[in-house]
Structures are given as C-alpha cells and as structure tokens.
Design a protein around this ligand. Structure first.
Ligand code: 5GP
Ligand code: ZN
Length: 113
C-alpha cells in the first residue's frame, strides 16, 4: 500500500524507534505513548484490520501476540501488560494497517471497562 504510514515504516521510508524486526513483523514504539511503555506490533504485509483477516493469516495473527509478549518481557513488564487491537473506525482504529498495541508500566489503569 503506497499511502499507508505503517507500510512506509515497515519499508524504512518513515523512521521509527524499532524494538524488533524479522521477515514477518516489525515492533516499534508508539509516537504518542499512553503509558510508560507503549509499542506497536505490525505485520510487514499490509492488512487493513482484523476484520479483513482470513484463515491464511492465522499464523501471522498468533505471531503478532507472541512477539508482543516477548518484547514486553524484554522491556521488563514483569507485572503484566495490556494488548489492544482497535478494529475499524467504530473500534477506534485510526491507522488502517493492522497493529497490536502493547501498553504497560506504572500507572496503567487496572481495567479498561
Ligand atoms: P489506532 O488508533 O489505529 O489503534 O492506533 C494508531 C497508533 O499509531 C496511535 O497510537 C498513534 O499514536 C500511532 N502512530 C500514528 N502515526 C505514527 C507514526 O508515524 N509513528 C509511530 N511510531 N506511531 C504512530
Ligand atoms: Zn500498510
């Protein structure tokens, strides 16, 4: 996708503060953190949202969570962390390239609802 900000981050056109990268996924700090630790796990391939995911994405979806958990561990989030996937405008999504938010650190509210 030529006009997608996360595709541009994934292909290096736009810089990011990277935590992890392999052939399938990229992890980088959110530009507007809502918690002491806030990073995003994105697939390198463009996928608009969870609503567009299909059976062929099953392994990739699992990998996003596993990589997120590993990065949370590496950043010392031993007390725990929260994973969020906003889906569609009605779900609060603003960047239409699937991503998992991982947030944590002191001061995180204990519940979201
Ligand atoms: P959404 O609302 O779509 O679930 O989350 C999009 C997230 O992407 C927001 O938390 C926003 O701060 C983050 N974001 C938007 N543009 C950029 C950018 O250019 N670089 C980084 N690192 N994060 C971004
Ligand atoms: Zn994209």
């Amino acid at each position: 996708m030529t006009d997608c900000i996360f595709c541009k981050i994934a292909n290096g056109e736009i810089p990011s503060n990277k935590l992890f990268e392999d052939d399938d996924v990229l992890v980088f700090h959110d530009i507007h953190p809502v918690a002491p630790v806030h990073f995003l796990v994105v697939p390198k391939t463009h996928l608009t949202s969870l609503a567009q995911a299909d059976d062929i994405h099953q392994a990739l979806l699992g990998k996003l969570l596993l990589v997120g958990a590993r990065c949370a561990h590496e950043l010392g989030l031993a007390e725990g962390f929260r994973t969020i996937v906003n889906t569609g405008a009605g779900g609060g999504q603003t960047v239409f390239h699937l991503h998992v938010h991982v947030i944590g650190g002191p001061g995180l509210s204990p519940r979201i609802a």
